[in-house]
Design a protein around this ligand. Sequence first.
Ligand SMILES: C[S@@+](CC[C@H](N)C(=O)[O-])C[C@H]1O[C@@H](n2cnc3c(N)ncnc32)[C@H](O)[C@@H]1O
Length: 258
Amino acid sequence: MTEARTRADGGMETSYGFRQVADGEKQDLVNDVFHKVAKRYDVMNDVMSAGMHRVWKDAMVSALNPRKDAGYRTLDVAGGTGDVAFRIVEASGRLAHVTVLDINGSMLGVGSERAVKQHLSDNLTFVEANAESLPFDDNSFDAYTVAFGIRNVPHIDVALKEAYRVLKRGGRLLVLEFSEVEMPLLERFYEQWSFKAIPRFGKMITGEAEPYQYLVESIRKFPNQENFAAMIRTAGFSRVSFTNYTGGIAALHSGWKL
Ligand SMILES: C[S@@+](CC[C@H](N)C(=O)[O-])C[C@H]1O[C@@H](n2cnc3c(N)ncnc32)[C@H](O)[C@@H]1O
């Protein structure tokens, strides 16, 4: 689990991959990871997931089924280079507007360059901010999406409360995240792939193995499907459900603000 806990000296600590770090330290360490990988992030996503992240993100956007309407507003949190946001805009017939929010300017920089190249700057706004303190009014968005981002946020409960606050009544939360593999054979292969292959590919492609070691460790520390669904309910969401993708390697969680 990822919750903060009290140290012997009374300070709080939280998990950073398999390590426990001081509560205030995790975000800086995470930011360092994504500053280092930003330029190679998209290519590494293909390598790490053998291209599957594209299939899972497409499935997420199909589940969202964005309205083909210029008034439809989505907030894509921890949106990084905008991979999900671009898909939402395309699925809406280039009508919807997506705000891509991320704490890391290097990741957003890659996304905003891509938006210019694809002539989608009018549909996308890039905002550098923390998921735990969203710079938006209550009841502002029709949908809130976050893909492979929430496990990096130090206080997930705070981020989920913020999601609830900024969604309109009737608005939808969708969270795509790595999850608990439910097939023993697949689990064994996935374990080898994650801990042996991914850090090696990371080193070959980006020159750094450590960020990828963190990423695979952080997946193991993230709550499983049932526990994460419970956290979403605690934040106030209704009709909470999840769908496993590829035997649970990833899962899409859904909730509504009713
Ligand atoms: C694995 S990337 C996911 C990017 C994108 N959603 C995707 O699926 O390709 C995780 C992102 O979470 C961002 N992040 C980490 N902590 C955050 C926070 N507290 N608030 C907002 N974004 C955060 C990182 O900067 C990084 O861009």
